[in-house]
Design a binder for this molecule. Structure first.
Ligand code: KG4
Ligand code: ZN
Length: 333
């Protein structure tokens, strides 16, 4: 894998984390994340206008801290990478404007990066990445199975037809009164609970690499209503987690078998879930496949993964102009 050898400054502001990182080759020299979780908690979800304003406040301190922690002075940086799609347009605009200003004043080359390509490239910190491999991207907005033929060459194998896996965790947590964000809350509440206690639907049946999680949300709603005060929260959280994990694991192995690959990567915020990591690890072992899972801090949104994606593209000589725009929706490149 050919990666740009010089330091890159990467910035990520697509949703509710303001992040900046210094990446050199496959090495992460710093990765600062300022989370807005406490800000959005009171509304139970991300409020786009509030997210954009919080990015305005945090972006320069976060960028400054990323440089300080890396020990790399700005004059040694050789490229600026910025998430420009997909995401909340107001939030993305703050990062892109800051990156443009920096590129303009420093004369450094600028590159816009697709947020999901960032998640896909978070595994670049691991040793010897095999290509092709199948990637399971599981985040708050996306659930996709992608064939990664080479860095920068992707094809979609399957995706959710309704809610994303992270959304299923978040909505389930809200129904169980576990607060926001829900993924980690469900994981913690599920400790000691029985995953077989409550029967929950697995979505689409049959030989498909697509997913559906909207039925799970409805089933959870009915369960909470039916059981009332008798509902065992640990059992309900464990049952919900298992319903999501089992379907993600099964479909990922199916996609890998169909594509005849011997490695699978697990990326995105939900990849931080320990039960998912161990279930997929077990299934991969059973099928003679290798699991590539990034360290926990590279699963949820962060700028280091954007720098890793850029390290590959800068090495190919790719650059963007100052007309770089932001997009709420965009297919993988
Ligand atoms: O990738 P990410 O940080 O942001 C998006 O690009 O959407 O993913 C956020 C999602 C949220 O839905 C959150 O609940 C989920 O990842 N998440 C988890 C865990 N940590 C974060 N889901 C399950 N278990 C976790 N430990
Ligand atoms: Zn993400």
């Amino acid at each position: 894998m050919n990666l740009f050898a010089d330091p890159i400054l990467a910035i990520e502001t697509s949703c509710d984390e303001t992040s900046a990182a210094i990446v050199q080759g496959s090495q992460v020299l710093s990765n600062i994340v300022s989370s807005q979780t406490d800000l959005h908690k009171k509304w139970g979800g991300v409020v786009p206008e509030a997210a954009a304003r919080a990015h305005v406040e945090s972006i320069v301190p976060v960028f400054d801290e990323a440089l300080t922690q890396s020990g790399v002075p700005l004059c040694d940086v050789r490229g600026i990478a910025i998430t420009n799609r997909p995401g909340l347009v107001g939030a993305l605009s703050v990062g892109v404007s800051a990156a443009k200003a920096l590129a303009f004043s420093s004369g450094l080359p600028l590159l816009g990066i697709h947020h999901l390509e960032g998640h896909l490239c978070s595994v670049f910190v691991l040793n010897e990445i095999p290509f092709p491999h199948i990637a399971l991207i599981v985040s708050g907005g996306h659930t996709e199975l992608v064939m990664v033929k080479d860095p920068g060459s992707y094809s979609l194998i399957g995706q959710t037809r309704d809610d994303a896996a992270g959304e299923a965790f978040d909505k389930g947590a809200r129904l169980l009164g576990l607060g926001y964000p829900g993924g980690k809350a469900i994981e913690d509440a599920a400790i000691g609970g029985s995953p077989d206690q409550y029967a929950l639907p697995r979505g689409l049946s049959g030989d498909t690499c697509d997913f559906s999680f909207s039925g799970l949300k409805t089933a959870m709603y009915r369960l909470v209503e039916k059981e009332g005060a008798n509902l065992d929260i640990a059992d309900a959280a464990a049952s919900l987690q298992e319903a999501i994990v089992s379907v993600l694991t099964e479909r990922t192995i199916l996609a890998a078998e169909r594509s005849r690959v011997s490695a699978v990567s697990l990326v995105g915020g939900v990849a931080a879930n320990k039960r998912l990591r161990s279930a997929l690890e077990g299934a991969c072992k059973l099928n003679g496949m290798r699991l590539l899972a990034p360290p926990f801090d590279l699963c949820t949104d962060n700028a280091a993964m954007i720098g890793l994606a850029a390290a590959h593209r800068f090495a190919l000589g790719q650059r963007d102009g100052f007309d770089l725009d932001v997009y709420a929706n965009a297919d993988l490149p």
